[in-house]
Design a protein around this ligand. Structure first.
Ligand code: BEZ
Length: 211
């Protein structure tokens, strides 16, 4: 059965470019991103893995561990990582799962047979420290994902996890956030000392609380 938001992310053991990994052990108490790529030695995938490596410090700042999946075998992964490092001017610094037997792809429903019988689509899961699925996005093979958007969403998820707030349309780091409807305006004023702007009883803004 396909995973849904709020489900427990299934654990697995897998061969990776960093040796055998137990997913839960790899994540520890961190947030996690598990994302699939259709195939090694392909252009869009090469740029995606390069971009992810470039954003290493941004992921680390947000306490996020990254793990990539592709159904190609380990020896191909190792050769491809050399190409990514060379062409994207990076050092790939996260493991790449060799999912030749499709264990991880099946657990996470990453193969969409009407798109391709054999390759994974571009699935991406954000997993919280409680091991629950917080975000799922699915892109076709031909469209590279926006990893700045992935970071933005992680920041929004972490704000929601730590404060009683949501983030509005097109929100970016540093902008006002929305007070959760479950919080009364009276309580919001106490909870958010930077101020609460009431537009409607259900639409109240406060400055980003963790800055
Ligand atoms: C790519 O990464 O460029 C790609 C992979 C599979 C199908 C189409 C594009």
């Amino acid at each position: 059965m396909a995973l849904r938001l709020g489900d427990v992310a299934p654990n697995f053991k897998a061969q990776t470019t960093a040796g055998e990994i137990d997913f839960y052990e790899y994540l520890g108490d961190s947030w996690g991103i598990l994302f699939s790529h259709p195939a090694d030695f392909t252009p869009v995938c090469t740029t995606e893995l390069g971009k992810t490596a470039l954003l290493k410090d941004e992921f680390a700042k947000r306490n996020v561990k990254v793990l990539a999946v592709s159904v190609d075998p380990l020896d191909r992964h190792k050769g491809w990582v050399n190409d990514i490092n060379e062409t994207q001017n990076v050092e790939v610094n996260f493991p790449l799962i060799a999912d030749s037997d499709r264990t991880v792809s099946s657990l996470y429903d990453m193969i969409h047979p009407n798109a391709s019988e054999t390759f994974t689509v571009r699935s991406l899961f954000v997993i919280g420290p409680d091991k629950k699925v917080k975000l799922m996005i699915t892109y076709p093979a031909s469209t590279g994902r926006n990893f700045n958007e992935v970071l933005r969403v992680v920041e929004s998820l972490q704000l929601t996890a730590n404060y009683s707030v949501s983030t509005p349309a097109d929100w970016n780091h540093g902008e006002d956030v929305i007070v959760a409807t479950a919080v009364s305006t009276e309580d919001a004023v106490k909870k958010f000392p930077k101020g609460v702007k009431v537009i409607k009883p259900y639409l109240r803004y406060t400055p980003q609380p963790n800055l």
